[in-house]
Write a protein that binds this ligand. Structure first.
Ligand SMILES: *Cc1c(COP(=O)(O)O)cnc(C)c1O
Length: 397
C-alpha cells in the first residue's frame, strides 16, 4: 500500500481530505474499508519476524488495522500530533489517557466542569484503584497550583466545558502541571482541532469523542488519543493492545469520511450558532447567555488568546427554572430533544435533568447548571429556521 499527501505544509482543510490515505494495489479513490480481524503471512518466518517487530505489517485488528490506521494518521495530521490511537468511544479514549499514565498511589487534579462520565472516571473509578483525585474550579489558576501534591502525576481538563462553555487557560494550566512534574490531558471535543490546538498550547495529550463533530452525522461512536510518538507508544498503545478498547474498522471508515467534511460543517454550524446567540442576547425571557466568541463571555480574553473560532454550542438560561425549560423544549418543532451534540441536526439538552442529573443540586450550582439552563447544539439547518424555532418556543414559555 502507498501513503499519500504527506507534505507537512498543507492547510488543515486539505489534510482532512487527504492525509493518512493508504491506497491498496487497486488504486481506489476513496479509502477502503478493511473488515478483517487478522492477516495472513507468506511464510512461518515472516510470521515470526512480524511478531518480533522486524517485519512491518499488520498482525491483529485489536491493535492495528489499515482503515483504523488511516483514521489515526488523518487525525494526527489534522491535530499536528506525532501519533494517534483510535478507541471504541470517547470515554474509552479518556479512560486510557488516564489509566495509561497512572498507578496506585498517584494523584490527579481535574477541572470540576467535565462531561458527566469523565467526572465519574476521575471521582469514582480511579480512587478504587488507589489513584486519588482533587477537583478544582478550572478557571482558577491558583486552585490548580494549590491542589498539587508530591504524587500528582496528571492534570485533566475540558475546555470549553460541558455544558456551561467555560474556557480554561490551557497554556497557564500546562505550565503549572509541568512545574509539578505532571502531564496535562485536554478533552478538546467542544472546540475540535479546527478551533483549538492543546498540544501547541503545552498539553501532553489530547482526547476526542469522535462521536461528536468528527462523525458529525449521528452514526458511530468513536474516540481518539493524540500526543508525541513516545507518549502514545509507551502509555497508550500498549494499554489498548493488551486490554482491547479498540475502534472497529467500520466505524473508522465512517469517521474517516466524516473528517473530509469536518471543516465545512463545523464552520457552518459555528456561524449559525453565533447568529442564534445574537438573536437570544437581548431576549426578555433569557437570564443568561453563554457563547465563546462574544465579548460578554466570562473568559473572553482567554477565548481570544487560545481559540480560532467560537462554538457550535450555545448555552442559555430561561427564566422560570425547570418548568420553563421543559415548556421551551417541548414547544420546539425543528430542534430535537437529545443529550448528543455536534450533529448535523440541531439538538437541545436540559443538563440538570439528563447529563448532569447524577450531581447534587449544590454541585450543579457550582458549575452554573441551573434548572433553567439549556444547551443547544446547532446543526446544519438554515440559521434562520433554527432562530425561528427557538423564538417561537420562547414565545410559548
Ligand atoms: C461525548 C463526550 C465524551 C464521551 O464520548 P463518547 O463517545 O460518548 O464515549 C467525552 N467528553 C466530552 C466533552 C464529550 O462531549
Amino acid at each position: 500500500m502507498s501513503a499519500s499527501a504527506k507534505k507537512k505544509s498543507f492547510r488543515p482543510e486539505t489534510r482532512l481530505v487527504h492525509s493518512g490515505t493508504l491506497r491498496s494495489s487497486f488504486g481506489e479513490t476513496s479509502e477502503a474499508m478493511f473488515l478483517t480481524q487478522g492477516y495472513v503471512y507468506d511464510s512461518a518466518a515472516q510470521a515470526e519476524a512480524r511478531f518480533k517487530g522486524e517485519d512491518p505489517g499488520y498482525q491483529y485488528s485489536r491493535f492495528a488495522n489499515p482503515t483504523v490506521d488511516m483514521f489515526e494518521r488523518r487525525m494526527a495530521a489534522f491535530e499536528g500530533a506525532e501519533a494517534a490511537r483510535a478507541t471504541a468511544t470517547g470515554m474509552a479514549a479518556v479512560t486510557v489517557s488516564l489509566v495509561g499514565q497512572l498507578k496506585a498511589g498517584d494523584h490527579v487534579v481535574a477541572s470540576k466542569a467535565m462531561f458527566g462520565s469523565c467526572r465519574y472516571v476521575v471521582e469514582d473509578y480511579l480512587p478504587r484503584f488507589g489513584v486519588a483525585s482533587t477537583l478544582v474550579d478550572g478557571c482558577d489558576l491558583k486552585a490548580w497550583k494549590n491542589a498539587v501534591r508530591p504524587n500528582t502525576k496528571t492534570f485533566f481538563l475540558e475546555s470549553p466545558t460541558n455544558p456551561a462553555l467555560e474556557v480554561i487557560d490551557i497554556a497557564e494550566v500546562a505550565k503549572i502541571a509541568h512545574a509539578a512534574g505532571a502531564t496535562l490531558v485536554v478533552d478538546n471535543v467542544f472546540a475540535t482541532p479546527l478551533f483549538q490546538s492543546p498540544l501547541a498550547l503545552g498539553a501532553d495529550c489530547v482526547v476526542y469523542s469522535a462521536t461528536k463533530h468528527i462523525d458529525g452525522q449521528g452514526r458511530c461512536l468513536g474516540g481518539v488519543v493524540l500526543g508525541s510518538q513516545k507518549f502514545i507508544m509507551e502509555k497508550i498503545h500498549v494499554l489498548i493492545r493488551q486490554t482491547g478498547p479498540s475502534m472497529s474498522p467500520f466505524n473508522a471508515w465512517v469517521l474517516l469520511k466524516g473528517l473530509e467534511t469536518l471543516a465545512v460543517r463545523v464552520r457552518q454550524q459555528t456561524d449559525s450558532a453565533a447568529v442564534v446567540a445574537v438573536a437570544l442576547a437581548e431576549h426578555p425571557k433569557i437570564s443568561r447567555l453563554i457563547y465563546p466568541g462574544r465579548p460578554d463571555h466570562p473568559q473572553a480574553a482567554v477565548v481570544q488568546k487560545q481559540m480560532r473560532g467560537g462554538s457550535t454550542l450555545v448555552a442559555f438560561e430561561i427564566k422560570g427554572g425547570k418548568k420553563a425549560a421543559f415548556r421551551f423544549q417541548d414547544a420546539l418543532k425543528l430542534i430535537r430533544i437529545s443529550n448528543n451534540l455536534g450533529d448535523a441536526k440541531s439538538l437541545i439538552t436540559h443538563p440538570a435533568t439528563t447529563t448532569h442529573q447524577r450531581l447534587t443540586p449544590a454541585q450543579r450550582a457550582e458549575l452554573g447548571i441551573s434548572d433553567g439552563l439549556v444547551r443547544l447544539s446547532v446543526g446544519l439547518e438554515h440559521a434562520d429556521d433554527i432562530v425561528e424555532d427557538v423564538m417561537a418556543a420562547l414565545d410559548a414559555v
